[in-house]
Design a binder for this molecule. Structure first.
Ligand code: GRF
Length: 208
């Protein structure tokens, strides 16, 4: 069974959606490690409730490492991690990790990439910008992680139709519901080797 590591910085509701899919038998994988950028976040409570080993990257010195990356890479290797899932992780993934896990790191972003993404577009900043722009649709994107910010190959996207009375917070809630639907689908496809690359685009294959 493929082993998953979740990288989190906040509530961890996307991680929870994937853990639920594993529990219901929809995704055949083992959640083996949670990498948190800080302590005192709800995602750590969720990880502990599932008995998943958890590390806090900010503890790297206390754990005897000179650099955060050394700590993370050591733990990924010690837990035999196959796939990394960024789920609201607010730190940048360093190039040694990106290179070691090429096409094995997914991220979820709360907009339709390539708009409202990149540096500075995280959390409510995304939805505030969407609201201010007056666009009528937004949505969520699952993509592979490469060395840029929100630039990797797009795996799956889903649209949220903005309603006339929607506030930025309504948009955020609507998009988050979509995230919880599409992230488990993308993870299932990756775990089952059903993501194919053709001419620099990737597709989920639903039947052989
Ligand atoms: C989500 O909106 C995700 O798209 C973004 O950060 C948020 C994390 O939410 N990358 P949660 O921690 O999964 O609840």
């Amino acid at each position: 069974m493929k082993k998953l590591a979740f990288f989190v910085s906040g509530s961890g509701s996307n991680m929870q959606a994937i853990l639920d899919a594993i529990r219901y038998g929809d995704i055949a994988a083992t959640p083996a490690l949670v990498v948190a950028s800080k302590s005192n976040i709800k995602a750590i409570d969720r990880a502990k409730a599932h008995g998943i080993d958890t590390i806090v990257t900010a503890d790297y010195k206390k754990m005897g490492y000179n650099h955060t990356d050394d700590y993370i890479l050591h733990e990924l290797s010690a837990h035999h991690i196959d796939i990394i899932l960024l789920a609201g992780y607010l730190s940048i993934i360093s190039s040694p990790i990106v290179e070691a896990f090429k096409h094995r790191i997914l991220n979820i972003h709360p907009s339709l990439i390539p708009v409202f993404c990149g540096k500075g577009y995280y959390g409510m900043h995304v939805h505030d910008a969407v609201y201010a722009s007056g666009v009528k649709v937004t949505g969520a994107t699952v993509h592979f992680v490469d060395s840029g910010v929100d630039t990797g190959d797009i795996v799956i996207q889903e649209v949220y139709y903005i309603q006339p009375n929607d506030t930025p917070s309504d948009i955020q809630k609507g998009v988050l519901k979509i995230e919880h639907q599409i992230y488990p689908k993308a993870v299932k496809a990756l775990v089952e080797n059903r993501i194919k690359f053709v001419d620099n685009r990737c597709y989920i294959v639903y039947s052989s």
